[in-house]
Design a binder for this molecule. Sequence first.
Ligand code: SAM
Length: 234
Amino acid sequence: MRIDVVSIFPDYFAPLQLSLVGKAIEKGIVESHVHDLRRWTHDRHNTVDDTPYGGGAGMVMKPEPWGEALDTVEAAAPGPMTVIVPTPAGRPFTQTIAYELAAKPRLVFACGRYEGIDQRVLDHSHDTYDTHELSLGDYVLNGGEVAALAIIEAVVRLLPGVIGNPDSLREESHSQDNDALLEYPNYTKPPQWRGRAVPEVLLGGNHAVIAAWRRDEALRRTLARRPDLIVDPE
Ligand code: SAM
């Protein structure tokens, strides 16, 4: 998979070199290219924003640098590209969308700042490319960089060869194999810690009983914390 990121803060993406995503890049599973949007400005001050038509607070990202950025990134490699625009006004990003994006050959992240990107860039992108406006949650960040990093990490860990034991993807929270429930609680050694014991059932070695206990715990947790995840059969 090829990942391109366009941002006015390319240094934000240094963490891509770390941990599992960094290893995926080292192994050649992922190729990443981070671009400074200001490269596509043509004035002395490298201006990327301007005042909003209609008035109001804040600045809006100008369309011209974004248009050139998308054209250049598209021409840089073959194959259809999927453009991801992080925005609090987008569809909520979910594990299901992470799986869909993990099947794409090329992802391009357009990281907005200020009040966001001129709407015509988004309209052009929807008309020209497979484009997804995605929100990390119902709150507002200063820019799309943190959201892009989160989406990249969620997607890259699903690519074959990135996680050592693929079973861990099946058993975790939001996995379809786990009926999209939250994961059961996890414990490791020692069996006693500060007066707290590991649940007896996990020490017994009876796999069927352990599986049933974990299923109950996953259901209990999901009902308590995220009842919206439990589909009503009605
Ligand atoms: N004016 C925009 C609005 O009210 O919808 C908010 C702009 S926000 C200050 C600047 C940038 O941060 C956005 O263009 C987007 O790239 C990013 N951003 C902020 N919150 C986000 C969220 N919840 N999910 C994804 N991206 C977000």
